[in-house]
Design a protein around this ligand. Sequence first.
Ligand code: FEO
Length: 400
Amino acid sequence: MHHIQPICDDLFWVGASDRRLSLFENMYPLGRGVTYNSYVLLDDKTVLFDTADSSVSGQFFENLDYVLDGRPLDYVIVHHMEPDHAATLEELKCTYPEVKIVTSAKALNLIHQFFDFDTTDEVQIVKEGDVLETGHHTFKFIMAPMVHWPEVMVSYDTATGILFSADAFGTFGAFSGSIFADEVNFEQEWLPDARRYYANIVGKYGTQVQMLLKKASALDIRMICPLHGPIWRENIAWFVDKYAKWSSYTPEEKSVLIAVGSVYGHTTAAAELLASKLAERGVTNVRLYDTSKTDLSELVGEAFRASHLVLASATYNNGIFTSMETFLTDLAAHALQNRTVAIIENGSWAPVSGKLMREIVDSMKKMTVLEPVVTIRSALKEAQLEQLDQLADAIRASMG
Ligand code: FEO
């Protein structure tokens, strides 16, 4: 059965939710599912804005056929060639052979890499500032390299102020009825997944996201249609501000993320005591996570939120406890910067995790490491409480 949603008079959502996929990109858990958004405009010309993942191809093509209602498909604008949006492009060409592909030069290369169909005819390459007129609408193309692949572009409808933003402003999460951000409790229900999506998918490319935000600031944007998650038509500035913070690696909140890698719980016990000492000092925006129990993508998302990171790790195989090492190297890979860090190390006979964690932190930009680094040998002792107090004081003082 077709399942479409009207957006405005001549624009329709023809995408689909996927609640069956466990891991997005075979990596990121999808506890709340994901949507593959695709849109159709019925102007003098008909326009499809991206296709959809092969997992929802049946629903997608049924939706497209229903909305077109016998009209030919004139254009498909390919903003992004990642298969979650472009896997069904070849099937689209087979079903609608007359359709003209409008895309960037880099995307055309990727089309040739992913597919074998002939693109000699019926392809229109666009570059920064080019426009496509479809009747009552004119679409301006804006290149957005590395948000999140090099070929990405976004398009802006000068008639309506709608920005088709590709992966930008997207989020994990499937729809439960409404497709509009103003009709759901986005901050409570969606924001953690939006942050997790941003940090893990495009977090590394803050500079490029900033460039896109700068270009977007020159536009009168009245609606954002992303490729994943809800459509924005109200309170757009609030979500743009989140992107401004995340992409500039500005902490979203004065908050302490305590990440613990612990073998038998002694390191956890020290971290929990530190958390209580912070609470005694009025620092209550604190979240403690076990790196072995918490999905890596959630930890990375949380690190993009919080201003302070406490890294508490056992020494393991003469190195950092494995799940903590994975977390830290992933933070460095995602270019996280501008954080204040406290370190607790544990080692029963040769504690080295503190030194090694510090080396990774020092490889990241604008990181401040607080003193003292607390060293535990097996279990925290009474004599070390003063050090833990000093660390709590240092964290409190650095929060301003
Ligand atoms: Fe949703 Fe980068 O693809």
